[in-house]
Design a protein around this ligand. Structure first.
Ligand SMILES: Cc1cc2nc3c(=O)[nH]c(=O)nc-3n(C[C@H](O)[C@H](O)[C@H](O)COP(=O)(O)OP(=O)(O)OC[C@H]3O[C@@H](n4cnc5c(N)ncnc54)[C@H](O)[C@@H]3O)c2cc1C
Length: 303
């Protein structure tokens, strides 16, 4: 372990000590994944990984978190890169939101991610924020966790004792909560090969472009002979984690996109139990979810 300590004049100090907002922390800069796991394994509870910093740094500045040390994982080669293997796409945890928009491989093998990323915040945040950070942070209003569930992604985790893979639908367990164990690092995200005839729609409603969504939908559908053979409708901004509307999916099965909306929306309204927030109550969110499903089916019909 080779901790890289900032010079004293650059170290974060207590509020007021040097005009910095974040609490005092040690800054550690590992040179490999193994070294990062060693640093984390030794003191998992008092240590945080620093990826894009776009959620962590505001939380530090607001004193919502006071970790003893930050482990800066930027620059670790094992966590970067976008590659294709047999039609499946492997995205390193440090893939920036902006790369999801510009990557030809993402456009070809996981276009839903390329459609979703422009809705995340603003360009400066998209240039730093990472896919791994967004999934690990697990904000229920975030775009990428819902996409990961809709695409049936597998999340690759590493610890000092080994590696494991978790399906995205099992990864998120509550508001800002995942199955990541102390000492684990999210290293990559694997998106399986698209199903034949798969189409993707991404929609969200927010008060202003770049704001977190009041309600959003990551939708994939497999079209065979003009009917919906299978689909995944995953909502965000309405629950404690991405919400898959399984009854609406069942109502869509075997129908054409133009025939499906009424029955699917009725099933959706019955199954959703949205969590209202200060932007919109539960009834409003249930209504918005139906609006988005109708729009998604409309897009499918003309695509
Ligand atoms: C003004 C503003 C607006 C925003 N709007 C949106 C928005 O509309 N939609 C949206 O989705 N997001 C939004 N964000 C958040 C942004 O997308 C973040 O980039 C993202 O939530 C976290 O990614 P990060 O790489 O910045 O992670 P960090 O902030 O570095 O880390 C976040 C958390 O994840 C942990 N972590 C990071 N990487 C890993 C890893 N590889 N393994 C395990 N744990 C890890 C960290 O320890 C920390 O606890 C916004 C942020 C800001 C500041």
């Amino acid at each position: 372990m080779r901790p890289f300590l900032l010079k004293p004049e650059h170290q974060a100090t207590g509020a007021g000590e040097a005009g910095l907002k974040a609490p005092r922390f040690r800054y550690l800069k590992p040179h490999s994944l193994a070294e990062a796991l060693d640093m984390l394994g030794g003191n998992a509870s008092g240590t945080r990984l620093l990826a894009g910093g776009q959620s962590l740094v505001p939380a530090l500045n607001m004193r919502l978190l006071e970790p003893e040390a930050l482990i800066d994982i930027n620059g670790l080669g094992e966590l970067t890169g976008i590659t294709e293997r047999g039609g499946a796409l492997i995205l390193g945890a440090l893939t920036r939101h902006a790369e999801l928009i510009s990557s030809p491989l993402v456009a070809k093998f996981a276009p839903l991610l390329a459609k979703a990323a422009p809705f995340i915040a603003h360009a400066a945040i998209r240039n730093r924020g990472t896919l791994g950070g967004s999934l690990a942070h697990a904000d229920p209003a975030a775009e990428l966790p819902a996409c990961a569930v809709a695409l049936d992604a597998e999340i690759h985790l590493a610890s000092r004792t080994g590696r494991r893979r978790v399906k995205a639908r099992d990864f998120f367990i509550g508001i800002y909560q995942t199955v990541l164990a102390p000492g684990e690092i999210l290293v990559a995200v694997e998106i399986p090969a698209s199903r034949p005839g798969q189409k993707n729609v991404f929609l969200e409603l927010a008060r202003r472009q770049g704001d977190y969504a009041l309600c959003g939908l990551a939708f994939t559908a497999e079209i065979k002979a003009e009917t919906i053979a299978d689909s995944r409708a995953v909502y965000f901004g309405i629950g404690a984690k991405p919400v898959e509307a399984q009854k609406a999916e069942a109502a869509l099965k075997g129908k054409t996109p133009l025939d499906a909306p009424d029955a699917a929306c009725a099933a959706l309204a019955a199954e959703l139990a949205p969590l209202g927030d200060f932007n919109a109550g539960a009834d409003m969110k249930r209504h918005l979810a139906q609006v988005l499903l109708r729009r998604a089916l409309g897009q499918l019909a003309v695509s």
